[in-house]
Design a protein around this ligand. Sequence first.
Ligand code: FES
Length: 98
Amino acid sequence: MFRARPDARPATVEVLVEGVPVMVPQGASAAAAVLLAGLPAIRETPVTGSPRLPLCMMGVCFDCLAEIDGVPNRQACMVPVAPGMRIARQHGARVARP
Ligand code: FES
């Protein structure tokens, strides 16, 4: 079994969460970046406006829907971070594009 050395530090990448730079371990998800940023919510439910944050971190609950690099309605827990990635809150229901 392979293990990381105790003194090893993972490489990090800088992403923007709501315009604020956040350092995230390379290979982590955009949802992890949202949680590291300490936002109170990444989206609101379309019906009640209830705030949501990533919950399951495995693509089941859809509480992590966010706008990533200008594309709305993405499951942030399924998207690995990339340098310079822009993650923004999603408000209400997705807007259908023609
Ligand atoms: S956190 Fe549950 S689907 Fe992304």
